[in-house]
Design a binder for this molecule. Sequence first.
Ligand SMILES: [Zn+2]
Length: 162
Amino acid sequence: MEKQMLRSYCFECDKDVEYVVTKISGTFRVKDKNIKATIYEAHCATCGARMIVDEVERKNGHILFEAYKKENGLMTAEQIKALREKYRLSAVAFAKILGLGAKNVTRYENGAIQSDSIDRYLKMAENEEAFWACYKEHRKELTSTERAKSDKAYDEYEQAAT
Ligand SMILES: [Zn+2]
């Protein structure tokens, strides 16, 4: 496999250069908390200057927010995604069922930090019985395509329960 060349703009060299990415562990400020995490730093392969590369910073943001959520007992993006997939719902459909606003689940899965009250809704959805009761009540709000997959998941749940 060909080695991928990572290139971006270095302010010191004043041109696009190759950069190298290294791991650094430390304590970082996230909102009101100090969070221990391992993040990534990009350095110019030519002059060694620290470089701010969008892709690397985005990844760091995600790592820090996930660590923040763990530290504060909030569901992480990965946990939310896994939960939603268990019910075979799209992010939009899952949000509709829980009454969270269509775009919100996507935001949390992309790393945005949910409030404590939203987190409680999400954790409630971990209880299958409670979730499916909520689903039955709100499935009318879904499109027929959204409904089809989850109805199947619901049937399977019911069969397993009886
Ligand atoms: Zn440089």
